[in-house]
Design a binder for this molecule. Structure first.
Ligand SMILES: [Zn+2]
Length: 189
């Protein structure tokens, strides 16, 4: 099993995988499983981030993690914009299992105001974009601090995306081989 299964029960996180349903920028489900997986090294960093976020009074909410190559191809077909979506011919760090999209959630169950919805493909999604109010900048910096301190690096164009350093040294994960490791009743599309 090349990836570690992450659940709300096992990891003290909220999970709402945006591509498992239609609530994403494509308006359609990109994959049909609600399962969340990360490479063991990314999962180890995530554990640190979970504790760090709790130290600020927040919980991490995971929006996407491992992404099968087939899903990356579907995203690229919907939005072939290399500033925000990795060309599947080169491979996404999500398909390596070492990238995670996430936000912060307060004790009231509401996500913090990050200025844009996740996957907004405009400069407003860039870190430190000047048009945002101070409260939004602070919210983004909280997430940035938690993730950097835990061993991730950020993506300057996407406030929600974090990945391991030197991510491209990790191999792309063959989803067909991975699928055979899944609990029965689940499938990757
Ligand atoms: Zn991402």
């Amino acid at each position: 099993m090349p990836l570690i299964h992450i659940t709300e029960q096992s990891h003290d996180v909220a999970i709402d995988l945006i591509y498992a349903g239609a609530n994403n920028f494509t308006g359609q489900a990109i994959y049909d499983h609600p399962l969340c997986f990360l490479h063991p090294q990314a999962e180890a960093c995530l554990r640190k981030a979970i504790v760090a976020a709790r130290g600020f009074g927040f919980q991490l909410k995971i929006l996407d993690a491992f992404r099968p190559q087939e899903a990356q191809q579907a995203l690229w077909a919907a939005a072939p914009n290399p500033d925000y979506i990795a060309d599947p011919a080169k491979g996404s760090n999500h398909t390596r299992g070492v990238a995670v999209d996430l936000t912060l959630m307060g004790a009231d169950g509401r996500v913090l105001d990050m200025g844009t919805p996740v996957d907004t493909m405009t400069p407003a999604s860039h870190h430190f974009h000047a048009a945002h109010q101070a409260a939004v900048q602070v919210n983004r910096m909280l997430l940035l601090t938690v993730m950097l301190e835990s061993g991730f690096v950020h993506h300057p164009h996407e406030w929600w995306h974090y990945q391991l350093p030197e991510a491209r040294q990790f191999p792309l994960i063959d989803s067909q081989a991975f699928m055979r490791c899944l609990p029965s009743g689940n499938s990757l599309r």
